[in-house]
Design a protein around this ligand. Structure first.
Ligand SMILES: Cc1cc2nc3c(=O)[nH]c(=O)nc-3n(C[C@H](O)[C@H](O)[C@H](O)COP(=O)(O)OP(=O)(O)OC[C@H]3O[C@@H](n4cnc5c(N)ncnc54)[C@H](O)[C@@H]3O)c2cc1C
Length: 336
């Protein structure tokens, strides 16, 4: 259903505002997109889920990707025909992303061969494309030796394995690459410039993404209001206050991006507040929905159960809560 909605939004023009004309958009900036997602959530249209990488990856791909490749790829993504994913984390490299071991080796005839293993790759089971962070320098080169490539997940040498999740959703997967060939047009940024690409993306995932996600959390509150009794009033108040804080701070990120900058380390605050608000909303839903607490089986309870369990892991994606606190301590407060 979400793909069909994306198709309609594109064909009617709404999804094309906020993206560059030379790549098939109608021009404008992220504020246009922010308004559209706000309106969709308010009217109860499905959460972005499969298409969340639109607001995580695309701003970076538009800024640093190959223009010819992106002119083909962007309309397909916007139209809901192709899903994208992000291959950063590895079994031995999560918080310490600079130790990533997936390797890209330059080939004699041009292009690269990628070999390695990524994990927790959201929506890889549905995705055609994965933005993969791979090592082109020595292991000791840490963040300076990484480069970013767009890999076609349908190419030979790619294997996508689902990871079973406690909340029953099919988001996460493990992806292995065995000498997967990538042409030079699929390099994003420069060789050795992968860290810059990753930081650009994470600034969106931690900063502006808060705007897009909090709209759907607000919708979750509205959808459950009829359940609420006075016992949950304090929890509801907490959740609404947290959502208001995310709305204000993440719109700062949207405005910064519209002015051609990114939030940088300040995005860590938005990510922390977003995770807190997601947990607050779901704490309130759990307290207000007696059917959820006792495990009644119906569609409404199933959605609430899925959302509740997901809210327990939101302190991890995009960099764990401890890593966000570390960023604030070191890069903003300049603590030793
Ligand atoms: C829902 C979800 C979706 C995700 N989607 C993607 C995706 O699409 N693509 C992708 O690449 N990854 C994705 N991830 C992975 C996510 O980015 C990593 O799980 C995260 O970066 C943490 O890495 P890790 O799991 O290896 O934990 P580790 O790095 O092993 O950390 C384990 C624990 O130790 C703590 N810790 C580690 N180092 C330090 C330190 N220096 N100081 C203090 N505490 C520390 C962490 O905070 C954490 O609590 C997703 C994760 C989740 C939960």
């Amino acid at each position: 259903m979400t793909s069909a909605l994306m198709g309609v939004l594109y064909d009617e023009g709404w999804a094309r505002y906020g993206w560059p004309e030379q790549l098939g958009g109608f021009g404008g900036d992220i504020v246009h997109r922010a308004v559209m997602w706000d309106a969709l959530a308010r009217h109860g249209l499905p959460a972005m889920a499969l298409y969340e990488h639109l607001e995580v990856l695309l701003p970076t791909l538009v800024a640093l990707g190959n223009p010819t490749f992106m002119a083909e790829a962007l309309p397909r993504f916007l139209r809901g025909e192709q899903v994208w994913s992000q291959g950063f984390s590895e079994p031995e490299a999560g918080s310490d992303l600079a130790s990533a071991r997936t390797r890209a080796v330059e080939r004699d005839g041009g292009g690269y061969a990628i070999t390695g293993r990524k994990i927790w790759t959201s929506w890889a089971r549905y995705a055609r494309w994965c933005l993969v962070l791979a090592r082109t320098g020595t292991t000791e080169s840490r963040h300076r030796g990484l480069s970013a490539f767009i890999v076609d997940l349908q190419d030979p040498g790619v294997e996508v394995r689902a990871i079973e999740q406690a909340n029953g959703t099919d988001e996460l997967a493990e992806v292995t690459f065995d000498e997967v060939l990538v042409g030079p047009e699929r390099l994003v940024g420069e060789i050795g410039g992968g860290w810059r690409v990753a930081m650009h993306i994470l600034a969106h995932e931690r900063g502006t993404f808060g705007w897009f996600r909090h709209n759907f959390l607000t919708r979750e509150v509205l959808d459950n209001l009829s359940l609420g009794g006075p016992a949950g009033d304090t929890l509801l108040g907490n959740a609404l206050l947290d959502l208001a804080a995310v709305r204000a701070s993440s719109f700062g990120g949207v405005r910064a991006h519209a002015a051609d900058t990114v939030l940088g380390p300040r995005a860590a605050f938005v990510k922390l507040m977003l995770a807190a608000s997601e947990q607050a909303v779901n704490d309130w839903v759990l307290a207000s929905d007696p059917d959820l607490a006792v495990g009644v089986q119906d569609d409404h309870v199933a959605v609430n159960r899925q959302d509740y369990l997901f809210s327990r892991i939101v302190t991890v994606y995009g960099g764990s809560q401890q890593m966000q606190l570390d960023t604030i301590a070191k890069q903003i407060l300049r603590l030793p």
